[in-house]
Structure formats: structure tokens, C-alpha cells
Design a protein around this ligand. Structure first.
Ligand SMILES: Nc1ncnc2c1ncn2[C@@H]1O[C@H](COP(=O)(O)OP(=O)(O)OP(=O)(O)O)[C@@H](O)[C@H]1O
Length: 406
């Protein structure tokens, strides 16, 4: 008997449940597809492309829809001799300035043996090199900048590329920029001239509801799983859990994939609802562990402050409640507490990592805006992870509260 044999139950093609799998069809995004298609129509007419800005929370299909539609556009434009379309993708994670984006674009456009150094040029020189490369491509060039918000406020390039032709830097190429972001604040903070240029067409992707997620899962499961690989209601449960939490298709697919792995590991021939519940716990646990590893010491102390408050009295909590608790815990650990605003940054990080939920509230008619925080994941899971987390000493009160939960 060999040690490894091919799966004959559960997964027919598990790669189809992975995040980088590009679906052949897009479900539940008719109005977004239609708006996107309208925005791209000038390309097929050989006209100057419009700039498009897509925004929406993580996992709601911005990248999948873009890949799908741009692929179609490339195929359909091939039949027109007077349209020559090139599409370039750049993921802007870790690129925090226009300069860095420009250098990376130059290198995307150049062959591997002719790359430029990422430092040392004056900004205008890099822009000139970029225009040279863009003009050498010719025709219509669409540049997709994914995770564009990483560029922050140094956003000159988002104005420069779309305007390069009208400003006389390009003659052979018609450029268009497609920006993708899941940071709502980024769009609001763009300088007015960039906003006018980049956000010529804006398409908002809202979170999916449960029936939409179920349709996405259904289609994906057709290829990814063997027939009858799920107990009845399993896809609906994954969809409902993800809809209630984030509305993200990624989360729904991850739940199904993880549940399938649990069923496979137990040599079951069907994924059950219990597998889905266990999968959720496992995913949440690894999300918290991952978050904890990302955090600095003060991030951990801020987390412990919210944990203590939550174990004592539920929540949600305002920063004015959390801060004194954080100061007490810091002092007990012989660490100088940060000022309130800096500690608040750590709470915002915890929210970004999906460990806390953050809601903005208004204080009556005359009052200002404030934030409330509570755990986005199960308290028992957080307690469990922090108890096992290496190098973290829990305050005595937190230990007592955790013990009293058991
Ligand atoms: N409407 C859809 N139809 C089919 N699959 C989808 C749909 N929306 C999302 N997906 C799938 O869900 C996963 C996440 O989607 P995608 O990467 O497009 O999200 P995103 O909005 O770009 O997220 P992020 O902002 O984190 O990059 C991918 O595997 C994608 O194929």
C-alpha cells in the first residue's frame, strides 16, 4: 500500500478553492460588471481610456472582477486592427510613494536584464524613464494599481500618468489607470486634483450577502469538490457565517476549504456542518495568532487592556475606558505607557487585523465623533491564544478572569 494515494472523496480540484484561482465566471456582481464595462468601452472604440477607481472591503471581488473583465477586453479588442491593448498589473503593497511606484512600473515595463535601481534617481528622472517606456509600448496601455492606498499621501503619480498624454509626455500611447483599494479613507484623503483625475469612474463593491456567497460557493464547489462531498446545508452555513462576519467571498471560500481539509484528515467522505464550525474556530485562532505576531509590545498591552475589560463587563468600550486600563497594565509590566493617541493607533491596528471591531459613533447633536471597540472574534479564543503566547506575561487579574471562564 503506498503512503500517498489520490483523493477519491471531498476534493476533486482543491486549487479551485485557493485565493489565486481565477474563476471562469463572476457571480452576483451584475451592476458592478455593467458599470466597469461602460467605463472600459472607450478602449474598444480606440479612444482615450477612462481612469477607474474600485473600492470596497477585502474579499469582495475587486481583483477577480478586474482580471475577468480585462481578460475579456483583451480578447475582444484583438478583432480590431486599430486597437492595440496592453495591460500591466502592479501590486502596491510596500510601495509607499509615487517614486517607488514609478520605479516599479519602469521595471515592470522593462526586460529582466534592464532593470533600474530602486533608489538614487531624482523623481522627475524616474517619471521621464516611465514615459519613455510607456511610449515605447504604444496603443492603449491600462495600468492596474492594486492596493493603491499603500502609496499614502505621496500620490502625484496618480495624477501624472493619466495626464501624461495631454501634458505632451506621450505621443504613441494612450494611458489609463485602474486603481483598486480597500481603504475607504484613502479615497476621501486624495488631493482634489488626483481625485478628479483618478476617480473619473468610481465603482463601489459592497460586502456580499448570504445568498450571493452561496451562489459563489456553489459554482466553485462544482469543480473543486466531488459530487455529494458536502452534507446538506454546508455551503449555506459557510455563506451565512461569512455574510454575518465580513461579507467576503475569500472568507467563505476559506471556510469551505478548511472544513474540507478537516473532513479529509478525518478520512470522512463528506464535509459536515460540524467541520464548518471547527473550521471557523481554526481560522479565527490562526487569525488571532497571526495578528499577535504582527503586534508590537504596546499592541499586546492594548489588546490585554481590552481583553480585561471585556472579560469583566462585555463591551463595547470607548478609548477613554480602555486607556486607563492600558496604563495600569503597562505600569504593572514596568513599561512606560504611550500617550493616548498612540495607544489609539494600536487599537486601530487591532481592528485592521480583524481582532477588534471598530465603530464610529456620534455624541448627541452637539458632541463630536468617537470610536467604540469590541472583540470581533470569540473571547474564549482570544483568552486561549494570549495564554499560550510565548513571551507575553499576563497580568494576574487577567489570569484570574480567564480561569473563572473555565
Ligand atoms: N463575484 C465573484 N464570483 C466568483 N468568485 C469571486 C467573486 N468575488 C470574489 N470571488 C473570489 O473570492 C476571492 C477573493 O476575491 P478578490 O481577491 O477578488 O477580492 P478583493 O476585493 O480584490 O480583495 P482584496 O481587497 O483583499 O484584494 C477570490 O478567490 C475570488 O476569485
Amino acid at each position: 500500500m503506498p503512503t500517498f494515494t489520490r483523493d477519491t472523496h471531498i476534493f476533486r480540484d482543491e486549487d479551485m478553492l485557493r485565493d489565486d484561482y481565477q474563476p471562469e465566471s463572476i457571480m452576483a456582481r451584475e451592476s458592478e460588471l455593467s458599470a466597469y464595462k461602460t467605463a472600459l468601452q472607450p478602449v474598444i472604440n480606440g479612444a482615450q481610456p477612462r481612469n477607474v477607481f474600485l473600492y470596497g472591503k477585502t474579499g469582495v471581488g475587486k481583483t477577480a472582477v478586474s482580471r475577468y473583465l480585462l481578460e475579456q477586453l483583451q480578447q475582444d479588442s484583438a478583432q480590431y486592427d486599430d486597437v492595440s491593448l496592453s495591460v500591466f498589473w502592479l501590486n502596491c503593497t510596500n510601495l509607499s510613494s509615487s517614486y517607488q511606484v514609478a520605479v516599479n512600473l519602469v521595471n515592470t515595463l522593462r526586460p529582466a536584464e534592464d532593470q533600474i535601481s530602486t533608489t538614487g534617481y531624482p523623481q522627475q528622472r524616474v517619471f521621464d524613464l516611465l514615459y519613455e517606456e510607456l511610449d515605447a509600448v504604444g496603443g492603449t496601455v491600462l495600468i492596474v494599481l492594486d492596493e493603491i492606498d499603500h502609496i499614502g499621501t505621496d500620490d502625484e503619480i496618480l495624477y501624472e500618468i493619466p495626464r501624461a498624454r495631454s501634458n505632451g509626455y506621450l505621443t504613441a500611447t494612450k494611458p489609463g489607470v485602474i486603481g483598486i483599494s480597500n481603504d475607504f479613507g484613502f479615497r476621501d484623503n486624495l488631493s482634489p486634483k488626483v481625485k478628479d483625475t483618478l476617480c473619473e469612474e468610481e465603482i463601489h463593491f459592497s460586502p456580499y450577502n448570504a445568498p450571493e456567497l452561496e451562489a459563489i460557493l456553489d459554482r466553485r464547489a462544482e469543480g473543486a469538490l466531488f459530487d455529494d462531498a458536502t452534507e446538506s446545508g454546508v455551503l449555506a452555513l459557510c455563506a451565512a457565517m461569512a455574510a454575518q462576519d465580513t461579507g467576503s467571498a475569500r472568507q467563505a471560500l476559506d471556510l469551505l476549504y478548511q472544513a474540507g481539509e478537516l473532513a479529509r484528515a478525518a478520512s470522512h467522505d463528506k464535509i459536515t456542518k460540524d467541520d464548518v464550525h471547527e473550521a471557523r474556530n481554526k481560522l479565527e485562532r490562526s487569525q488571532i495568532e497571526h495578528g499577535m505576531r504582527e503586534l508590537t509590545r504596546h499592541g499586546h498591552l492594548s489588546l490585554l487592556a481590552v481583553l480585561q475589560l471585556a472579560l469583566e463587563s462585555g463591551g463595547p468600550f470607548r478609548v477613554r475606558d480602555i486607556y486607563p486600563q492600558y496604563c495600569t497594565i503597562s505600569e504593572q509590566s514596568d513599561i512606560d505607557p504611550l500617550v493616548r493617541r498612540r495607544m489609539h493607533d494600536h487599537l486601530a491596528d487591532l481592528a485592521m487585523l480583524g481582532i477588534l471591531d471598530r465603530r464610529s459613533r456620534n455624541e448627541g447633536r452637539s458632541g463630536g465623533q468617537y470610536y467604540e471597540y469590541e472583540f470581533a472574534v470569540g473571547l474564549d479564543l482570544v483568552a486561549n491564544v494570549v495564554s499560550d503566547f510565548e513571551g507575553l506575561t499576563l497580568p494576574r487579574r487577567v489570569v484570574e478572569l480567564i480561569q473563572s471562564m473555565e
